[in-house]
Design a protein around this ligand. Structure first.
Ligand SMILES: Cc1cc2nc3c(=O)[nH]c(=O)nc-3n(C[C@H](O)[C@H](O)[C@H](O)COP(=O)(O)OP(=O)(O)OC[C@H]3O[C@@H](n4cnc5c(N)ncnc54)[C@H](O)[C@@H]3O)c2cc1C
Length: 276
Protein backbone atom coordinates (compact mmCIF):
# COMPACT_ATOMS: atom_id res chain seq x y z
CA UNK A 1 0.00 0.00 0.00
CA UNK A 2 1.26 3.49 -0.86
CA UNK A 3 1.86 6.29 1.60
CA UNK A 4 0.58 9.60 0.30
CA UNK A 5 2.17 12.90 1.28
CA UNK A 6 0.34 16.16 0.56
CA UNK A 7 2.55 18.90 2.02
CA UNK A 8 0.95 22.32 2.53
CA UNK A 9 4.06 24.50 2.48
CA UNK A 10 7.44 24.52 0.72
CA UNK A 11 9.05 23.72 4.08
CA UNK A 12 6.83 20.66 4.56
CA UNK A 13 7.61 19.66 0.98
CA UNK A 14 11.35 19.74 1.76
CA UNK A 15 10.70 17.30 4.62
CA UNK A 16 8.51 15.00 2.54
CA UNK A 17 11.12 14.78 -0.23
CA UNK A 18 13.39 12.95 2.21
CA UNK A 19 10.91 10.03 2.27
CA UNK A 20 11.10 9.33 -1.47
CA UNK A 21 12.73 6.19 -2.82
CA UNK A 22 13.37 4.90 -6.35
CA UNK A 23 9.83 3.42 -6.19
CA UNK A 24 8.11 6.70 -5.31
CA UNK A 25 6.21 9.04 -7.60
CA UNK A 26 5.65 12.79 -7.62
CA UNK A 27 2.24 14.02 -8.74
CA UNK A 28 1.54 17.47 -10.18
CA UNK A 29 -1.54 17.90 -12.40
CA UNK A 30 -1.54 14.19 -13.20
CA UNK A 31 -2.30 14.55 -16.92
CA UNK A 32 0.80 12.53 -17.84
CA UNK A 33 1.43 10.58 -14.66
CA UNK A 34 -2.06 9.16 -14.12
CA UNK A 35 -2.00 7.67 -17.63
CA UNK A 36 1.27 5.89 -16.78
CA UNK A 37 -0.03 4.79 -13.38
CA UNK A 38 -3.04 3.17 -15.02
CA UNK A 39 -1.38 1.76 -18.13
CA UNK A 40 1.61 0.29 -16.30
CA UNK A 41 -0.27 -0.61 -13.08
CA UNK A 42 2.39 1.24 -11.09
CA UNK A 43 2.32 0.78 -7.31
CA UNK A 44 4.54 3.46 -5.80
CA UNK A 45 5.65 3.06 -2.18
CA UNK A 46 5.16 6.82 -1.74
CA UNK A 47 3.00 9.19 -3.74
CA UNK A 48 3.98 12.80 -3.14
CA UNK A 49 1.40 15.32 -4.34
CA UNK A 50 2.52 18.88 -5.04
CA UNK A 51 -1.10 20.05 -5.25
CA UNK A 52 -1.34 21.32 -1.66
CA UNK A 53 1.49 23.88 -1.83
CA UNK A 54 -0.01 27.22 -2.93
CA UNK A 55 3.43 28.87 -3.30
CA UNK A 56 4.19 26.54 -6.20
CA UNK A 57 1.34 28.07 -8.20
CA UNK A 58 2.47 31.66 -7.98
CA UNK A 59 3.26 33.54 -11.18
CA UNK A 60 5.09 36.81 -10.50
CA UNK A 61 5.98 39.15 -13.33
CA UNK A 62 8.04 42.30 -12.85
CA UNK A 63 9.84 44.36 -15.49
CA UNK A 64 13.04 42.50 -14.53
CA UNK A 65 11.91 38.92 -14.10
CA UNK A 66 9.17 36.39 -14.64
CA UNK A 67 8.88 33.77 -11.90
CA UNK A 68 6.55 30.90 -12.73
CA UNK A 69 5.74 28.36 -10.03
CA UNK A 70 6.13 24.76 -11.16
CA UNK A 71 2.46 24.10 -10.33
CA UNK A 72 1.18 27.00 -12.46
CA UNK A 73 -1.22 25.50 -14.96
CA UNK A 74 -1.19 26.06 -18.70
CA UNK A 75 -4.40 28.10 -18.40
CA UNK A 76 -2.87 30.33 -15.71
CA UNK A 77 0.33 30.83 -17.71
CA UNK A 78 -1.59 31.71 -20.86
CA UNK A 79 -3.68 34.26 -18.96
CA UNK A 80 -0.68 35.83 -17.23
CA UNK A 81 1.64 36.08 -20.28
CA UNK A 82 -0.75 36.76 -23.17
CA UNK A 83 -0.03 40.24 -24.53
CA UNK A 84 3.45 40.59 -22.99
CA UNK A 85 5.61 40.84 -26.14
CA UNK A 86 8.75 39.12 -24.80
CA UNK A 87 6.78 36.36 -23.05
CA UNK A 88 4.15 35.87 -25.76
CA UNK A 89 5.77 32.59 -26.91
CA UNK A 90 5.08 31.12 -23.48
CA UNK A 91 1.43 32.25 -23.67
CA UNK A 92 1.17 30.74 -27.17
CA UNK A 93 2.68 27.41 -26.11
CA UNK A 94 0.63 27.10 -22.91
CA UNK A 95 -2.54 28.20 -24.70
CA UNK A 96 -2.07 25.51 -27.34
CA UNK A 97 -1.57 22.55 -25.00
CA UNK A 98 -4.26 19.88 -25.25
CA UNK A 99 -7.86 20.79 -24.42
CA UNK A 100 -9.25 23.25 -21.83
CA UNK A 101 -9.42 20.38 -19.32
CA UNK A 102 -5.74 19.55 -19.85
CA UNK A 103 -4.78 23.23 -19.64
CA UNK A 104 -6.65 23.56 -16.34
CA UNK A 105 -4.75 20.65 -14.76
CA UNK A 106 -1.45 20.31 -16.65
CA UNK A 107 1.44 22.27 -15.14
CA UNK A 108 4.64 23.81 -16.45
CA UNK A 109 6.65 21.70 -13.97
CA UNK A 110 5.08 18.48 -15.25
CA UNK A 111 5.58 19.51 -18.86
CA UNK A 112 9.28 20.22 -18.36
CA UNK A 113 10.02 17.34 -15.94
CA UNK A 114 8.20 14.81 -18.10
CA UNK A 115 10.53 15.94 -20.91
CA UNK A 116 8.63 14.44 -23.80
CA UNK A 117 10.23 15.30 -27.14
CA UNK A 118 6.88 16.69 -28.24
CA UNK A 119 6.32 18.85 -25.14
CA UNK A 120 5.44 22.41 -26.08
CA UNK A 121 6.92 24.48 -23.28
CA UNK A 122 10.57 23.32 -23.28
CA UNK A 123 11.44 24.99 -26.66
CA UNK A 124 10.09 28.28 -25.31
CA UNK A 125 11.87 27.88 -21.97
CA UNK A 126 15.09 27.29 -23.94
CA UNK A 127 14.35 30.30 -26.16
CA UNK A 128 14.00 32.56 -23.13
CA UNK A 129 17.02 31.07 -21.34
CA UNK A 130 14.89 30.09 -18.35
CA UNK A 131 16.44 28.80 -15.15
CA UNK A 132 14.87 26.09 -13.02
CA UNK A 133 14.97 26.41 -9.24
CA UNK A 134 15.12 22.96 -7.71
CA UNK A 135 14.64 21.70 -4.17
CA UNK A 136 15.83 18.42 -2.74
CA UNK A 137 15.44 16.55 0.58
CA UNK A 138 15.76 18.81 3.59
CA UNK A 139 14.89 21.85 1.49
CA UNK A 140 18.32 22.14 -0.18
CA UNK A 141 18.00 24.38 -3.25
CA UNK A 142 19.97 24.81 -6.46
CA UNK A 143 19.35 26.57 -9.75
CA UNK A 144 20.16 25.18 -13.19
CA UNK A 145 19.41 26.18 -16.77
CA UNK A 146 16.48 24.48 -18.50
CA UNK A 147 19.02 23.06 -20.92
CA UNK A 148 20.65 21.25 -17.97
CA UNK A 149 17.26 20.01 -16.77
CA UNK A 150 16.87 17.81 -19.86
CA UNK A 151 18.95 14.64 -19.93
CA UNK A 152 18.95 14.40 -23.73
CA UNK A 153 16.92 11.18 -23.76
CA UNK A 154 13.41 12.47 -22.98
CA UNK A 155 14.09 12.38 -19.26
CA UNK A 156 15.30 14.86 -16.70
CA UNK A 157 18.46 15.23 -14.66
CA UNK A 158 16.72 15.62 -11.30
CA UNK A 159 18.24 13.51 -8.54
CA UNK A 160 16.14 11.26 -6.29
CA UNK A 161 13.93 13.43 -4.10
CA UNK A 162 14.33 16.61 -6.14
CA UNK A 163 11.48 18.72 -7.52
CA UNK A 164 11.33 21.88 -9.61
CA UNK A 165 9.98 24.75 -7.51
CA UNK A 166 9.78 27.43 -10.20
CA UNK A 167 11.14 28.73 -13.47
CA UNK A 168 12.85 32.10 -13.73
CA UNK A 169 13.19 34.24 -16.84
CA UNK A 170 15.45 37.29 -16.89
CA UNK A 171 13.27 39.80 -18.77
CA UNK A 172 16.05 42.42 -18.87
CA UNK A 173 17.80 40.22 -21.46
CA UNK A 174 14.71 40.54 -23.69
CA UNK A 175 13.86 44.22 -23.37
CA UNK A 176 12.29 45.30 -26.66
CA UNK A 177 12.02 41.70 -27.97
CA UNK A 178 8.86 40.01 -29.19
CA UNK A 179 8.42 36.25 -29.16
CA UNK A 180 6.03 33.73 -30.63
CA UNK A 181 5.48 29.96 -30.66
CA UNK A 182 3.80 28.11 -33.50
CA UNK A 183 3.22 24.39 -33.56
CA UNK A 184 2.35 21.95 -36.28
CA UNK A 185 0.21 18.96 -35.37
CA UNK A 186 -1.85 16.49 -37.28
CA UNK A 187 -5.02 18.38 -36.35
CA UNK A 188 -5.76 21.90 -35.16
CA UNK A 189 -6.89 21.14 -31.57
CA UNK A 190 -5.73 18.69 -28.87
CA UNK A 191 -2.77 17.76 -30.98
CA UNK A 192 0.73 16.58 -30.23
CA UNK A 193 3.42 18.74 -31.83
CA UNK A 194 5.20 17.41 -34.89
CA UNK A 195 7.17 20.65 -35.07
CA UNK A 196 7.28 23.39 -32.44
CA UNK A 197 8.86 26.68 -33.48
CA UNK A 198 9.86 29.20 -30.81
CA UNK A 199 11.14 32.51 -32.16
CA UNK A 200 12.15 35.80 -30.56
CA UNK A 201 13.09 38.89 -32.56
CA UNK A 202 14.48 42.29 -31.67
CA UNK A 203 13.22 44.63 -34.36
CA UNK A 204 13.92 48.24 -35.27
CA UNK A 205 10.97 50.64 -35.65
CA UNK A 206 10.75 49.83 -39.38
CA UNK A 207 10.63 46.10 -38.63
CA UNK A 208 14.25 45.31 -39.54
CA UNK A 209 15.45 42.39 -37.44
CA UNK A 210 18.41 43.43 -35.30
CA UNK A 211 18.73 40.15 -33.42
CA UNK A 212 17.00 36.78 -33.56
CA UNK A 213 16.69 33.60 -31.54
CA UNK A 214 15.11 30.44 -32.94
CA UNK A 215 14.59 27.15 -31.09
CA UNK A 216 12.86 24.14 -32.61
CA UNK A 217 11.04 21.41 -30.69
CA UNK A 218 9.47 18.02 -31.41
CA UNK A 219 12.22 17.09 -33.85
CA UNK A 220 14.92 15.65 -31.59
CA UNK A 221 14.72 14.33 -28.01
CA UNK A 222 15.42 17.87 -26.76
CA UNK A 223 14.84 21.30 -28.31
CA UNK A 224 17.69 22.76 -30.34
CA UNK A 225 18.65 26.26 -31.49
CA UNK A 226 18.87 27.05 -35.19
CA UNK A 227 21.79 29.53 -35.48
CA UNK A 228 21.71 29.33 -39.29
CA UNK A 229 18.09 30.53 -39.28
CA UNK A 230 18.98 33.30 -36.84
CA UNK A 231 21.79 34.48 -39.18
CA UNK A 232 19.36 34.57 -42.14
CA UNK A 233 16.90 36.68 -40.17
CA UNK A 234 19.34 39.34 -38.94
CA UNK A 235 19.24 42.54 -41.00
CA UNK A 236 16.03 41.55 -42.83
CA UNK A 237 12.35 42.22 -42.30
CA UNK A 238 10.17 39.30 -41.15
CA UNK A 239 8.97 38.67 -44.68
CA UNK A 240 7.11 35.30 -44.87
CA UNK A 241 8.96 34.83 -48.20
CA UNK A 242 12.08 34.04 -46.13
CA UNK A 243 10.40 30.80 -45.05
CA UNK A 244 11.84 28.73 -47.92
CA UNK A 245 15.41 29.76 -47.10
CA UNK A 246 14.78 29.29 -43.38
CA UNK A 247 13.29 25.85 -44.01
CA UNK A 248 16.60 24.79 -45.57
CA UNK A 249 18.23 25.16 -42.13
CA UNK A 250 16.16 22.16 -41.02
CA UNK A 251 18.08 19.87 -43.36
CA UNK A 252 20.19 17.37 -41.45
CA UNK A 253 18.19 17.87 -38.25
CA UNK A 254 15.46 15.38 -39.04
CA UNK A 255 15.24 12.07 -40.85
CA UNK A 256 11.62 12.77 -41.71
CA UNK A 257 11.45 14.42 -45.09
CA UNK A 258 7.95 15.72 -44.47
CA UNK A 259 9.23 17.71 -41.48
CA UNK A 260 11.87 19.37 -43.68
CA UNK A 261 9.12 20.51 -46.04
CA UNK A 262 6.62 21.32 -43.32
CA UNK A 263 9.19 23.48 -41.51
CA UNK A 264 8.86 26.03 -44.33
CA UNK A 265 5.18 26.46 -43.62
CA UNK A 266 5.78 26.68 -39.89
CA UNK A 267 8.43 29.37 -40.46
CA UNK A 268 5.96 31.24 -42.65
CA UNK A 269 3.26 31.17 -39.95
CA UNK A 270 5.80 32.22 -37.33
CA UNK A 271 7.09 35.18 -39.38
CA UNK A 272 3.54 36.40 -39.89
CA UNK A 273 3.37 36.89 -36.12
CA UNK A 274 6.11 39.55 -36.35
CA UNK A 275 4.53 41.78 -38.96
CA UNK A 276 4.46 45.45 -37.84
C1 LIG B 1 -5.20 14.57 -24.02
C2 LIG B 1 -3.84 15.12 -23.73
C3 LIG B 1 -3.36 16.14 -24.53
C4 LIG B 1 -2.10 16.68 -24.29
N1 LIG B 1 -1.64 17.68 -25.10
C5 LIG B 1 -0.42 18.20 -24.91
C6 LIG B 1 0.08 19.23 -25.77
O1 LIG B 1 -0.59 19.70 -26.69
N2 LIG B 1 1.32 19.71 -25.53
C7 LIG B 1 2.09 19.25 -24.50
O2 LIG B 1 3.21 19.74 -24.31
N3 LIG B 1 1.65 18.27 -23.67
C8 LIG B 1 0.42 17.74 -23.84
N4 LIG B 1 -0.04 16.74 -23.01
C9 LIG B 1 0.83 16.23 -21.95
C10 LIG B 1 0.59 16.87 -20.54
O3 LIG B 1 -0.70 17.37 -20.39
C11 LIG B 1 1.59 17.97 -20.21
O4 LIG B 1 2.91 17.50 -20.36
C12 LIG B 1 1.41 18.53 -18.79
O5 LIG B 1 2.02 19.79 -18.75
C13 LIG B 1 2.00 17.67 -17.71
O6 LIG B 1 1.85 18.34 -16.48
P1 LIG B 1 1.17 17.64 -15.22
O7 LIG B 1 1.12 18.67 -14.15
O8 LIG B 1 -0.12 17.01 -15.57
O9 LIG B 1 2.27 16.54 -14.90
P2 LIG B 1 2.10 15.12 -14.14
O10 LIG B 1 1.37 14.19 -15.02
O11 LIG B 1 1.56 15.30 -12.77
O12 LIG B 1 3.64 14.72 -14.05
C14 LIG B 1 4.39 14.41 -15.19
C15 LIG B 1 5.80 13.98 -14.76
O13 LIG B 1 6.54 15.10 -14.27
C16 LIG B 1 6.94 14.91 -12.91
N5 LIG B 1 6.77 16.21 -12.26
C17 LIG B 1 5.68 16.99 -12.29
N6 LIG B 1 5.90 18.15 -11.67
C18 LIG B 1 7.17 18.11 -11.22
C19 LIG B 1 8.00 19.02 -10.49
N7 LIG B 1 7.57 20.22 -10.11
N8 LIG B 1 9.27 18.64 -10.20
C20 LIG B 1 9.73 17.43 -10.60
N9 LIG B 1 9.01 16.52 -11.29
C21 LIG B 1 7.74 16.86 -11.59
C22 LIG B 1 6.00 13.82 -12.36
O14 LIG B 1 6.61 13.12 -11.31
C23 LIG B 1 5.79 12.97 -13.60
O15 LIG B 1 6.88 12.09 -13.77
C24 LIG B 1 -1.31 16.20 -23.23
C25 LIG B 1 -1.80 15.17 -22.39
C26 LIG B 1 -3.06 14.64 -22.64
C27 LIG B 1 -3.57 13.55 -21.74
Amino acid sequence: MSTCYIPKTVEELGGALGHLTEDSLILAGGTDLVLHLRAEHLQPDVLLSLCGVPQLRIIEITSEQASIGAMATMAEIHKAMDGLPDLQALADAAGGVGSPQIRNKGTIGGNAANASAAADLPPVLWLLNAQAEIMGPGGVRRTISVQELADGHQGNTLALGEVVLRFLIDRTAFTGWRSAFVKLGHRSQVTISRIGMAMALLQAADGTIQDARVVAGAIKPVPFPLPAAEAILRGKRPDPGLAVELGETFKGNTRRVYKENAAKGVFQDTLLRFQP
